[in-house]
Design a protein around this ligand. Structure first.
Ligand SMILES: Cc1ncc(C[n+]2csc(CCOP(=O)(O)OP(=O)(O)O)c2C)c(N)n1
Ligand SMILES: [Mg+2]
Length: 819
């Protein structure tokens, strides 16, 4: 809590009532004639044409899935197709008044939204700009199959480009918008302001606020629209995203010049159903999604429910919301009522709704209804509309035919290195914008910087021990790296729980509050999903973020955001997007079962994440520097056990200047010839103690290699050590079953098979809950366990009496019991 906002008990206990305002439903009532001042006749026709094109596009996919052909062109599409037939007016209404600077994020059912947003962007762009985009996008790879036969305007070519790029993406072609790596549920095309669509329903709910944050922090024009289904409004991350977007601080604490509340419209495509569950009357209790806004803030998110079968009603509402958002009054919520005639997917037998219901909605078909209005209003004749429809159908067929043609639209070759090559971007970017970074003070005047200046950065050498207060420690090391990057990259922001004022949960950020304005360092709500999701959105828009989870045990709260969002968007974009996010995760101790678990194994398992776990000041600074200069998502584990330790290994100490350590490199911390001990995390320090005992009591020289990096991982230093010693023990504080070390052991077992005297041995924590601090010695590997396990499974220690049972029989007994 900032000291600038005082909480007064008198005020807190004063009597009163909380007032709510009425929420408008279907208030739009204007006729076509009344709208002639706002729209030209051509605009009306455009709206109708956009809806018809989406209908035909979706019909093509529906036909392919249902009968294996579309208008005589046979095709088998193996993947999904979540169609929005019936929802066209909502999509076109959403997109019509947006510009390319307005960015949409959406869901699995987004083909209509993608096309609508693309049509609207094409109309807003000049021929030169369109040509630049189409020719520049992947060096013209999407455009090339279209350009040859095209006779017509640039805008017409761009419409083909949009239809073709989307079809080709859905059919997994290399000529698709995302090289076929996104597919139907995730396709996007950022030059038209179409940002990632999410197959994890509600996924955009936590990501899009980060995109809106990017616009505010970096003074970019436009708004962000998060298109979310009605059923997805029940998802935790959507609520978290709303909470994040509605924080008071944007208006109370941030520099007003930034523009106020986040410019984000939560846009509900309210079609009454999840897959088969009915949100109104069955699976939710709010009755109308618009009501959710009432609980969020005094403005009730300017929530409103509109008729999504009338495109003009939706356009009108979006225009009004956009004006509010640009004025700093965000976030906003629009509940657009619509309906899909099509099933959830083509295999859906509609067992959850009656034919009568579908028929009633079909008879209210928005395309038919709007067409009728055009005819009655004298905008077009029936014949003209029919003729236009024929042209649209022919265009969609032409683009479909091209997209299914394997010669014109090839898939990536079966032996293509593409997917592997785009898992990481592996680039180095000093700063993502050229403007001067905003700092509140010269870093040399920062109190923490001054305090650190007097600290000892070298390993203690003989003499009196150095007091903890005087030691340059892991905390200081991470702080130094962060402050450096904050002073270089103006887009860098940090947020998370208790990040400001408090100094970060473990005081790593102490001093940053004085150094940085609110918009570069702020407290988030307790919304782990939104913290990570917003970092993803921020990065997708072109900025760099460092966010924090206070305990590794909280990763579950941000599970989707870490595993599906942070990890996957670079590759799902076909290498077009970058994800420069550092996710700091602190691993606890002494706090029991739900605050003391090392979950490095979870992120290690997920493709697309770089993962490190440095535990010395030298390593922490060098690896944080490297993580913050890269373009990939880095999960940066820190251990609460060793935030205070000073440098013990690097003889020259921790440099005051800038340096980087490659994230994939293990580091030899102790040299020996008889046994290799590979460690991960704070276990390094236990291993050092054990190695000292092995040496003094048994004359066994252990070499200790600290893994530091988990993924990617260069095995060569490990192999070199194991080749020398012929024996390897791998130890960490994570529970033994499924820990990172199991993978490293299995891999070393193969790489060094001929050099090993014994099978690699993994020593981890027990496969239990982490018990209370007083009982932790039963749980985490202790010095004696190292000796026990060496004695039992690697090399007999002369005269040694083990204190714990580390035998193979015991290993197998524990596995049998699952503990
Ligand atoms: C997190 C998650 N849970 C469940 C699903 C499976 N699923 C796919 S679509 C869907 C229904 C979504 O309904 P809604 O949000 O209203 O969007 P609509 O399909 O109506 O457009 C479900 C449950 C999913 N994709 N992601
Ligand atoms: Mg729905």
């Amino acid at each position: 809590m900032p000291k600038s906002i005082l909480i007064d008990p008198g005020q807190a206990f004063s009597a009163g009532r909380i007032h709510f305002q009425d929420i408008e439903m279907n208030a739009y009532r204007r006729t076509l004639a009344e709208e002639l001042g706002t729209y030209s006749p051509e605009d009306f026709l455009t709206i109708w044409r956009d809806m018809c094109t989406i209908r035909e596009f979706e019909t093509a996919l529906s036909q392919v899935k249902l009968v294996g052909e579309y208008r005589g062109v046979a095709y088998t599409h193996l993947g999904p197709a979540h169609l929005s037939i019936g929802q066209e007016a909502a999509a076109v209404g959403m997109a019509f008044a947006l510009t390319p600077d307005d960015h949409t994020y959406g869901s699995h059912r987004s083909h209509g939204e993608i096309l609508a947003k693309g049509f609207s962007a094409i109309r807003a762009m000049s021929d030169a700009a369109l040509l630049e985009v189409m020719r520049g996008y992947r060096d013209g790879a999407v455009l090339r199959p279209l350009e040859r036969g095209h006779r017509g305007t640039v805008a017409e070519l761009a419409v083909k480009f949009l239809l073709y790029g989307a079809f080709a993406e859905i059919f997994a072609r290399d000529t698709g918008f995302n090289r076929g790596l996104s597919g139907s549920m995730h396709a996007f095309f950022t030059p038209f302001g179409i940002y990632p669509n999410n197959a994890i329903v509600g996924g955009s709910g936590s990501i899009a606020p980060g995109a809106a944050l990017f616009k505010r922090v970096n003074r970019r024009p436009g708004i962000v629209v998060a298109n979310i289904g009605d059923a997805a409004f029940a998802c935790g991350p959507v609520w978290e995203g709303i909470t994040f977007a509605a924080m008071d601080q944007y208006r109370t604490l941030w520099d007003p010049a930034l523009g106020g509340g986040l410019p984000i419209l939560f846009h509900c495509m309210d079609n009454f159903y999840g897959m088969g569950g009915q949100t109104q009357g069955e699976t939710m209790g709010c009755q109308f999604i618009a009501r959710i806004g009432a609980g969020v803030n005094p403005e009730q998110m300017h929530a409103e429910r509109v008729n999504g079968y009338d495109p003009l009603a939706v356009i009108d509402a979006v225009r009004r919301k956009k004006a509010l958002l640009l004025a700093g009054d965000g976030p906003a919520l629009l509940d657009t009522v619509t309906y899909r005639f099509s099933g959830h997917s083509p295999s859906d037998a509609s067992s959850y709704r009656s034919k009568e219901e579908v028929d009633r909605w079909r008879s209210a078909d928005p395309i038919v209804g709007f067409g009728r209005k055009l005819v009655e209003g004298g905008i077009a004749s029936d014949d003209a509309l029919e003729g236009a429809r024929g042209q649209i159908d022919a265009l969609v067929l032409e683009m479909f035919r091209l997209a299914v043609d394997l010669e014109q639209s090839p898939r990536v070759a079966a032996d293509s290195p593409l997917i592997g090559a785009v898992m990481f971007s592996n680039q180095r970017v000093e700063r993502f914008d050229d403007r001067a970074p905003e700092l509140l003070q010269d870093p040399v005047e920062n109190p923490r910087v001054q305090q650190i200046r007097g600290k000892i950065r070298m390993p203690a050498q003989g003499g009196a021990p150095v007091s903890k207060m005087k030691m340059f420690n892991v905390r200081d090391a991470i702080f130094e790296a962060l402050l450096h990057r904050f002073a270089v990259d103006p887009t860098l922001v940090a947020f998370g729980e208790e990040n400001r004022d408090w100094g970060g949960a473990f005081a790593v950020y102490r001093g940053l509050t004085e150094a940085l304005p609110y918009h570069r360092l702020f407290n988030s709500p307790i919304s782990e999903a939104a913290v990570v999701g917003a970092a993803v959105g921020y990065a997708l828009e072109g900025g760099r973020a460092v966010v924090e989870l206070m305990y590794a045990d909280f990763m579950g709260r941000a599970g989707d955001e870490i595993f599906n969002q942070l990890a996957k968007w670079q590759a799902m974009s076909g290498g077009l997007l970058h994800m420069p996010v550092v996710l700091r995760i602190s691993v606890g101790a002494k706090y029991g079962a739900q605050h003391s678990q090392d979950w490095s194994a979870l992120v290690h398992h997920i493709p697309g994440l770089k993962v490190v776990y440095p535990v010395t000041p030298y390593d922490a600074k060098g690896m944080m520097n490297a993580a913050l200069a890269g373009t990939d998502p880095v999960v940066f584990f820190e251990s609460q056990k060793i935030y205070d330790v000073g440098e013990q290994f690097e003889v020259d100490g921790v440099p005051e200047g800038y340096y980087e350590i490659e994230l994939s490199q293990p580091s030899v911390k102790r040299v020996g010839d008889d046994l290799t001990i590979v460690t991960l995390g704070p276990t390094l320090y236990t291993a050092i103690e054990a190695a000292n005992v092995l040496q003094s009591r048994f004359r066994m020289q252990a070499e200790i290699v600290d893994l530091r990096g988990i993924n990617p991982l260069d095995y060569r230093p490990l192999v070199e050590s194991v080749r020398k010693t012929g024996k390897v023990l791998l130890a960490c504080d994570a529970v033994e079953r499924g820990c990172v070390m199991q993978t490293v052991a299995a891999t070393l077992g193969q790489l060094c098979f001929d050099d090993l005297d014994a099978a690699p041995v993994v020593l981890g924590a027990r496969n239990w809950i982490t018990p209370a601090a007083e009982l932790e010695a039963m749980f985490f590997p202790q010095v004696s366990w190292f000796l026990d396990v060496v004695h039992e499974r690697i090399a007999r220690l002369e005269g040694y009496e083990p204190t714990t049972n580390q035998s193979l029989d015991e290993l197998s007994r524990r596995a049998r019991l699952g503990v």
